[in-house]
Write a protein that binds this ligand. Structure first.
Ligand code: 5CA
Length: 441
C-alpha cells in the first residue's frame, strides 16, 4: 500500500477524550473513529489489525475442533423469554421494536439463539459432542462505556458454545477451550492468566477469566507471584487426549478476580500474592443445563432416556484485544505491533522523493515485496524525513526499511527494528530474501 493513497488520518494532537494510552494511540494512528459513545468505525489500519486478531482466534478455534457458524446480531425477544433471561438482563440489553410491533433485541450474547439451533437439529447422543462458534458484533448498553474499544457498547466477540451428553464430556469441552485460549493469546505475544471468576448473568458454577496484567486494566486481580515468570506452553497438547492434568497444573497456581478472591480464605501467603490490575480478554463458563432445560434442548441418551444437554460458553473480546495489545506493546513514540497481528509487516520509507535513485529503488523494493506476498506500507509522500519516521513509529510496523541517498551510494538501505530501536545497514540485494524468508515464522 502506498501511504500517499492510503486513508490514514493521523492526529498530531493527543485527543483529550482518551484517558488511556491504547485509546489515544488508536485515535492518533487513524485506526478508529468514534461514532457515538462506545461505538466505533474501524478505518483501514485498525481493520487490518482486527482481522489479524480475528484470524488467529479462528485458527485456534478450528484447531480445537470447534466449527464456525454465523448467527444474526438481531434476535427475537421470545428466545430470551424461553430461557427466562429477557427481563433479568435489564438495561444493558438494547431492545428494538420492528414495524409489526414485534419485540426484538440486539444480541449481547447468543446462548439462547444457539441452543435453539442445536435443539432443532440434534436428537441423539450419537450427534454429540458439538462445539459451534461465531465471530459477531454484540451490543451491550454499558452504563459507562470507556477506554475506547476496551469497554465499548458495540464490540466484536468470538463466542462459542459446547454441547455434551454428560458432565465429564462437558468438562473435556471446557478443558479444550482452556487450552485453545492459552494458545490463542500466546500467538499474539500476550500472557493471559486464567483466573477463577464469577459467572454473572451467564450463570453456572465453573468459570475462568483470562486476564492480561496491565496498570490500565479495569479489574482488580490477585495471583501467585510465580505467574509473573510462568510460561504456559500449550503447544503439543492433543485435543482428543486427557487435558485434565494440564488444566489441574495451571489452575493450581493461585489466580482469582476480585469477586472470587477472599483474603481470609486465600491459600497463599501475603508475600506470595500479587495484587494487580487486569484486562479481561476472555471468559469461559460451564453451566450444565441452565439453558437446555428451560428451552427443552434434549437428546435421547444411550439407554433411551431423555437427557438435557450439558453446555458451556466461551467468549473472547476480539475488538477489546486490539486495545489490550496496544496497552501491552507501546512506547512514547507509539504502537509496537507483535508481528503476528501487525497491520503491515514492513514499512518502507523513502527519505528523498526527489532523488531518482531513491525513488527507483523504493519502487523496485515495493514491487518485489508485493510479489513475495509480504504486506508493505510504502511511505512515498512528499514529507520530511522526520515526519515519515514519526508516522512509521506511531503506527508501529515491526520492521522499517529506510532508503536514502547516502546509504544507496554504498549499496545499502537501513533496517530499523521498531521494538528495539536497533538500526543496521542492510545490503540492498539481501532485503527481500531476509523478509521473504521470515514470512510464516
Ligand atoms: N456468553 C459468554 C461467553 S460466550 C459471554 O458473553 N461472556 S462475557 O460476557 O464474559 O464476554 C466475553 C468477552 O467479551 C469478555 O471476556 C471481554 O473480553 C469481551 N467483552 C465483554 N464486554 C465487552 C465490552 N463492553 N466491550 C468490549 N469487549 C467486551
Amino acid at each position: 500500500m502506498r501511504l500517499s493513497q492510503y486513508f490514514l488520518p493521523l492526529l498530531r494532537e493527543t485527543p483529550s477524550e482518551a484517558q488511556i494510552v491504547s485509546h489515544r494511540l488508536m485515535l492518533r494512528a487513524g485506526m478508529v473513529r468514534q461514532s457515538s459513545a462506545g461505538i466505533y468505525s474501524w478505518l483501514p489500519l485498525g481493520l487490518r489489525v482486527l482481522r489479524k486478531v480475528e484470524q488467529i482466534v479462528r485458527e485456534e478455534q478450528d484447531r480445537s475442533g470447534a466449527q464456525e457458524i454465523l448467527m444474526p446480531t438481531i434476535q427475537p425477544a421470545e428466545l430470551w423469554r424461553e430461557s427466562g433471561r429477557y427481563d433479568d438482563y435489564g438495561k444493558e440489553m438494547l431492545r428494538i421494536t420492528d414495524r409489526h410491533e414485534r419485540e426484538m433485541l440486539y444480541g449481547p450474547t447468543n446462548e439462547e439463539q444457539v441452543t435453539v439451533i442445536v435443539r432443532d437439529a440434534i436428537r441423539s447422543y450419537r450427534d454429540l459432542p458439538k462445539n459451534l462458534y461465531h465471530i459477531q458484533w454484540k451490543f451491550r448498553d454499558e452504563v459507562r462505556p470507556r477506554f475506547g474499544v476496551m469497554r465499548g457498547r458495540e464490540f466484536l466477540m468470538k463466542d462459542n458454545y459446547s454441547f455434551d451428553l454428560d458432565r465429564a464430556g462437558a468438562k473435556h469441552s471446557y478443558n479444550k477451550m482452556f487450552v485453545a485460549y492459552l494458545r490463542t493469546f500466546a500467538r499474539m505475544g500476550l500472557k493471559a492468566i486464567p483466573m477463577r471468576a464469577d459467572t454473572g448473568p451467564i450463570g453456572g458454577d465453573l468459570s475462568h477469566e483470562f486476564q492480561i496484567l496491565a496498570d490500565t486494566g479495569e479489574s482488580e486481580v490477585f495471583c501467585d507471584k510465580r505467574w509473573l515468570e510462568a510460561d504456559v506452553l500449550a503447544e503439543h497438547l492433543d485435543y482428543d487426549g486427557d487435558l485434565e492434568p494440564f488444566f489441574q497444573q495451571w489452575t493450581s497456581l493461585y489466580a482469582a478476580t476480585d469477586e472470587m478472591h477472599k483474603p481470609e480464605g486465600c491459600p497463599i501467603s501475603e508475600e506470595q500474592l500479587v495484587t494487580a490490575r487486569g484486562i479481561e480478554v476472555g471468559h469461559i463458563f460451564y453451566f450444565g443445563n441452565k439453558y437446555s432445560k428451560p428451552m427443552g434442548a434434549v437428546v435421547t441418551g444411550p439407554n433411551g432416556e431423555e437427557v438435557a444437554l450439558e453446555m458451556g460458553s466461551y467468549g473472547i473480546g476480539v475488538s477489546r484485544l486490539v486495545g489490550a495489545l496496544i496497552e501491552a506493546n507501546h512506547d512514547d513514540a507509539g504502537i509496537i505491533w507483535p508481528e503476528s497481528v501487525a497491520p503491515f509487516r514492513i514499512g518502507l520509507i523513502n527519505l528523498r522523493n526527489a532523488d531518482e535513485k531513491c525513488r527507483a529503488t523504493c519502487e523496485d523494493l515495493y514491487g518485489k515485496f508485493r510479489t513475495a506476498g509480504i504486506d508493505v506500507l510504502y511511505d512515498d509522500r512528499d514529507e520530511s524525513a522526520g515526519a515519515k519516521f514519526a508516522a512509521m513509529d506511531l503506527i508501529g510496523i515491526p520492521d522499517q526499511l529506510i532508503v536514502g541517498p547516502r546509504g544507496l551510494a554504498a549499496g545499502n538501505i537501513e533496517h530499523k527494528h521498531r521494538r528495539t530501536g536497533q538500526r543496521t545497514d542492510l545490503p540492498l540485494d539481501s532485503a527481500i530474501a531476509r523478509f521473504a524468508a521470515h514470512q510464516g515464522d
